[in-house]
Design a protein. Structure first.
Length: 193
């Protein structure tokens, strides 16, 4: 135990000294030191792992990929909340026949001149109809997909943006109909009032 503590102290002090020497004595015990001695070998230490905090962007939505960890829009832009409530993060859909209903909540409601845009698998979708918090997407097929909701003004400038939402679409396999993993029965559709 004493050797382990000594070793830790030496390695910690070696980080500031930048050179550490290792040798084995006559009894086979390993020693470390910051001073060279006959028969000692120089130990190359890896640079200590560090962390640099990401810079905070003053632009809504943060970096170019929008992954700020924030799901709500800044209040100074006029939208205090913007969130995708459906699909849920990492939700799996079965046999949806290419149609997905996306639910978006925002506070306050969409202002005149602003529009809601979805970014599906990194590509902005234009011309989708946003009605009562819902958007119906088509051509959503088997695979892992990403989705981002964004409010843009009349000039196309981003005013608010959600985190990236990942979801999966599965399809029953015709090639292997007896496989229980591939052919789990579809979940019943949620009832809407």
């Amino acid at each position: 135990m004493r050797t382990v503590i000594l070793l830790m102290v030496l390695i910690c002090s070696a980080a500031s000294a930048a050179e550490v020497y290792r040798w084995v004595d006559e009894s086979g015990q390993v020693h470390y030191s910051d001073t060279p001695r006959e028969g000692a070998e120089l130990v190359i230490l890896q640079k200590a792992q560090g962390f640099k905090a990401p810079q905070i962007s003053s632009r809504p939505g943060g970096g170019s990929d929008g992954s700020t960890g924030e799901e709500e829009a800044p209040a100074q832009q006029g939208y205090s909340r913007l969130a995708i409530t459906s699909p849920a993060q990492e939700e799996v859909f079965w046999n949806i026949e290419g149609v997905l209903e996306v639910t978006v909540e925002m506070t306050p409601r969409l202002r005149r001149g602003d529009r809601l845009r979805l970014i599906y698998d990194g590509q902005p979708l234009e011309g989708l109809r946003f009605s009562r918090g819902k958007i119906r997407m088509t051509d959503v097929y088997r695979g892992v997909h990403t989705l981002v909701a964004e409010v843009v003004d009349s000039n196309g400038r981003s005013l608010a943006r959600t985190d990236v939402r990942t979801f999966m679409v599965q399809q029953t396999s015709i090639a292997n109909p007896k496989n229980p993993v591939l052919n789990r029965p579809p979940r019943p559709a949620p009832r809407t009032p």
